[in-house]
Design a protein around this ligand. Structure first.
Ligand code: PGA
Length: 253
């Protein structure tokens, strides 16, 4: 992507989802070592499962690798068995958190209002949220993709974002984990619509919020996707599990 003084560095975010035991820390160390050898143009973050967050943060401490959580609760603490708060993620060494991933929306019935509350909690805890949106295949085939995603943006962003660092990730559901990538035309159209909504909402700040693309980003398609207008990074699932693939994507940014 072409960088201007107001354009933040692209963010390449590796979402490990529910993958990774202790041995996977070696992959994180390999990413950190790779970036030490060849510092990247992009910011780089790994999102391990909550069980590995603290150890991974320690394993990559002092490197270029940022660490984040895959989700957080909207409350700071309390009687919410199984949940993790934004404050806990920060305490474990995280500086970012993904909220509203489609797998959370689908598996846990998360609404846009809940996603907005989680993003607010993240900001309150000093974390940088990545707020995810994306349409289903049925919505795309019905020609409703742009309207649906813009509506998700309207309702998933918390009220007080002014001056706060955050990112949006556009992840069409039909491209996640399927090997099927959105066409560059689809990506450009959607990112432009998201950008317009961000500017309508936040003025100048909205012009610089990174909009990541996610959905089957791999070493062989990353360069073309990351070069597209308004693509400010990538949210990478499967290909972030192996340092070699993830580093190749980082290098494409
Ligand atoms: P994928 O996942 O790269 O495996 O398609 C992307 C995501 O869901 O964040």
């Amino acid at each position: 992507m072409s960088l201007t003084s107001t354009t933040p560095r692209p963010l390449i975010a590796g979402n490990w989802k529910m993958n990774g035991l202790s041995a996977a820390l070696d992959e994180a160390r390999a990413v950190a070592a790779g970036l030490d050898r060849r510092p990247a143009a992009a910011r780089v973050a790994l999102f391990p499962p909550a069980t590995l967050l603290h150890r991974l943060a320690e394993a990559v401490e002092g490197s270029f690798v940022l660490v984040g959580g895959q989700d957080c609760h909207a409350q700071a603490k309390g009687a919410h068995t199984g949940d993790v708060s934004a404050e806990m993620i920060a305490d474990a060494g995280g500086t970012l958190v993904i909220v509203g991933h489609s797998e959370r929306r689908t598996d846990h019935g998360e609404t846009c209002a809940r996603v907005a509350a989680k993003a607010q909690a993240a900001i309150d805890a000093g974390l940088e949220p990545i707020i995810c949106v994306g349409e289903s295949l049925a919505q795309r085939e019905a020609g409703e993709a742009v309207a649906f995603v813009v509506d998700q943006i309207r309702n998933s962003l918390p009220a007080s974002l002014t001056g706060k660092a955050f990112n949006v990730a556009y992840e069409p559901l039909w491209a996640i984990g399927t090997g099927r990538v959105a066409s560059v035309d689809n990506i450009v159209e959607m990112h432009a619509a998201i950008r317009a909504e961000l500017i309508a909402r936040l003025g100048d700040q909205g012009a610089t919020v990174p909009i990541l693309y996610g959905g089957s980003v791999k070493p062989d398609n990353a360069r073309e996707i990351l070069a597209a207008p308004e693509v400010g990074g990538a949210l990478v699932g499967g290909a972030s599990l192996k340092a070699k693939d993830f580093l190749a994507i980082i290098e494409a940014a």
